[in-house]
Design a protein around this ligand. Structure first.
Ligand SMILES: Nc1ncnc2c1ncn2[C@@H]1O[C@H](COP(=O)(O)OP(=O)(O)OP(=O)(O)O)[C@@H](O)[C@H]1O
Length: 449
C-alpha cells in the first residue's frame, strides 16, 4: 500500500538549513520485534561522516565510534551482517544524508518504500533497517542528551524541539513563573502542568479548572468561593500550590476581567463576604488557540496575557514527533496490557504512518482498545489497528446522528459568528468536545466570523 507522509511531518527540520553550523542526531525509534528495547536512543552525529548498520547477536543494541564512523549493531535476525549505511555530506546548505542498502536480505526502506540501492534521506523521515526503525534530525546546536529531560516527561522524548521545551520547563519548574502551554488537543499539556507542579515542590495542591465551560454568573463562586456554602474558590484551594486553567482561549470577556483582577490583587473575597483572603498561587494555563493572535484581534486582554505568559511553550503534535512513537507505544501498551501483548511490525508501521490528529490521547485509546481486542495469540495486528482507526472516523460518541450533530454545530457557529465558547455553552458541551467535532467534520470556524 502506498503511504504518503504529509510534508508537515517532516518540516521540523526544514527551517534549520542554512542557519549556522549544522548538527544532527541519529534516533532509534525502536522495533516491535524486541519489545522496543533501547527505543529512544540518541547518538550525536557531530564528527561522523558515515553510519554503518549491521546485525549483532545477543539482546542489546550496540554502538561504537571509530574515527569518523559510527557502527550500529542491531540484535535482530531481520538485519543482515552488513545491512545499510548512511553517508553524511557537509554542504553549503547544511548536512545531507544518503542512505545506501548494502545488498541486505530484507532491504532498506524510507517511509515504507524500498530504496533502490541508494536514496537521499531527509531529516525527519522514518527509515527501516530489517524491522528496526530510525530517524535523523538536524538540530541547531550540539544539544544535551535527552536523558536530561526524562524527569519531566513520564515517557521521555527524543524530539529535539520538545527536549528544548522540556529543558526550559525543568529550569522554570521551581520558580513561580506563570506558564502558558499551547498545543493541539491530546499533546500532553495537562500532564506537563502536573509534572511541573510536582517538581516545583510547592506545598499546596494542583487544582485544575475549566472556566470556559461555566456561565458568567457561576464564575464568581468558582473563582472566589461562596460564604453561604462555606466553600473556598479555586484560588484558595490552590493556595501555595498550582492553579491550572484549561482552555484559556475560550474565556469570556467577563471571566477574563475577573481573573485579571484577582491575579493583580493577589486576594479574593468569597461571594457574600466582605473579608478579603490572600492567596499565593503559581498559574499554568493551557490553550488550543494562538493567544497572541487573539490579543491582536482584540479578543483577549493583553494585560491578562502578559500576566499569564511568563513562558509560552508550544507542545508539538504527535505527527511532528514520530521519533517518539516507539517509546510512547511501549509505555502505553505495557501499562494497559502488561507484557503479554505484542505488536506486529506491520501494525507498528501503521502507527508510524498514521497522522494521529488527536495526538497522544488517540494513541493511548487506540492501543488500549487494541490490547483488549488482540487475538488469542496476544498480538496486535495491522488489520486490528486498521479496524479501530476506521471505526473512529465514523463519529464522536454521542447519541445524535452525525448529520443532526453537524447541522446543529454549523447553525450555532453561524449564530455566534464562529465563537466556539458560545457554541459550547449553547449546546451544553465542553469546549474541547466542540473542537474535536470541528476537527472531525473539518469545519473552519473562521468562515463564520
Ligand atoms: N508524554 C506523554 N506520555 C504518556 N502519556 C501522555 C503523554 N502526553 C500525553 N499523554 C496522554 O495523553 C492524554 C492527553 O494528555 P493531556 O490531557 O495532558 O493533553 P492536553 O494537551 O491537556 O489535552 P486537551 O487539550 O484535550 O485537554 C492523557 O491520557 C495522557 O495520559
Amino acid at each position: 500500500m502506498d503511504v504518503t507522509i504529509p510534508e508537515e511531518t517532516l518540516s521540523d527540520d526544514a527551517p534549520l538549513f542554512g542557519r549556522g553550523p549544522a548538527h544532527a542526531w541519529l534516533i532509534f525509534i525502536g522495533s516491535s520485534e524486541n519489545d522496543f528495547r533501547d527505543a529512544g536512543g540518541v547518538w550525536s552525529l557531530d564528527n561522523v561522516s558515515k553510519i554503518r548498520f549491521g546485525r549483532v547477536s545477543g539482546a542489546d543494541l550496540q554502538s561504537e565510534v571509530e574515527a569518523d564512523e559510527l557502527a550500529i549493531r542491531i540484535p535482530l535476525g531481520w538485519v543482515s551482517g552488513r545491512h545499510a549505511e548512511v553517508r553524511i555530506i557537509k554542504s553549503g546548505v547544511g548536512l545531507e544524508f544518503d542512505l545506501c542498502d548494502l545488498d541486505s536480505r530484507n532491504g532498506t526502506h524510507i517511509e515504507r518504500q524500498a530504496i533502490p540501492g541508494m536514496a537521499r534521506l531527509l531529516p525527519g523521515q522514518v527509515f527501516e533497517v530489517g524491522r528496526s526503525f530510525w530517524m535523523i534530525r538536524e538540530v541547531t546546536q550540539q544539544d544535551l542528551p535527552p536523558e536530561h529531560v526524562r524527569v519531566l516527561d513520564p515517557s521521555g522524548t527524543s524530539n529535539p524541539a520538545l527536549c528544548g521545551i522540556q529543558r526550559t520547563l525543568l529550569r522554570l519548574a521551581p520558580s513561580d513563573v506563570p506558564l502558558l502551554l499551547h498545543g493541539e488537543t491530546g499533546t500532553g499539556k495537562e500532564i506537563t502542568a502536573r509534572s511541573v507542579h510536582k517538581l516545583s515542590e510547592r506545598p499546596g495542591a494542583f487544582v485544575a479548572a475549566n472556566l470556559a465551560a461555566l456561565s458568567d454568573d457561576r464564575i464568581d463562586s468558582i473563582l472566589f468561593g461562596s460564604a453561604d456554602e462555606d466553600r473556598p474558590g479555586i484560588f484558595e484551594q490552590a493556595d501555595r500550590g498550582t492553579l491550572f486553567f484549561d482552555e484559556l482561549g475560550e474565556l469570556s470577556p467577563a471571566a477574563q476581567t475577573k481573573l485579571h483582577a484577582a491575579l493583580a490583587e493577589g486576594r479574593v473575597m468569597r461571594v457574600g463576604e466582605d473579608q478579603p483572603r490572600k492567596f499565593d498561587v503559581r498559574v499554568i494555563c493551557s490553550t488550543l488557540h494562538d493567544i497572541r493572535a487573539l490579543v491582536e484581534a482584540g479578543k483577549f486582554r493583553p494585560d491578562l496575557y502578559s500576566r499569564l505568559a511568563g513562558f509560552h511553550a508550544t507542545l508539538p503534535p504527535l505527527r511532528r514527533r514520530r521519533e517518539d512513537l516507539g517509546v510512547l507505544t511501549k509505555v502505553v501498551y505495557r501499562s494497559r496490557a502488561g507484557a503479554e501483548v505484542k505488536i506486529a511490525t506491520r501494525a507498528f508501521r501503521r502507527i508510524l504512518s498514521h497522522s494521529w490528529p488527536f495526538n497522544v490521547r488517540e494513541l493511548h485509546q487506540t492501543l488500549a482498545t487494541a490490547s483488549i481486542l488482540a487475538g488469542t495469540n496476544g498480538e496486535i495486528s495491522r488489520d486490528l489497528l486498521d479496524d479501530i482507526l476506521a471505526s473512529r472516523r465514523d463519529m464522536p460518541q454521542s447519541p445524535e446522528s452525525v448529520s443532526e450533530l453537524r447541522a446543529k454545530l454549523v447553525s450555532e457557529l453561524a449564530k455566534t459568528g464562529g465563537d466556539t465558547a458560545e457554541v459550547a455553552r449553547a449546546l451544553q458541551r465542553e469546549p474541547k468536545e466542540i473542537h474535536r467535532w470541528i476537527e472531525r467534520f473539518e469545519i473552519e470556524p473562521d468562515a463564520y466570523r
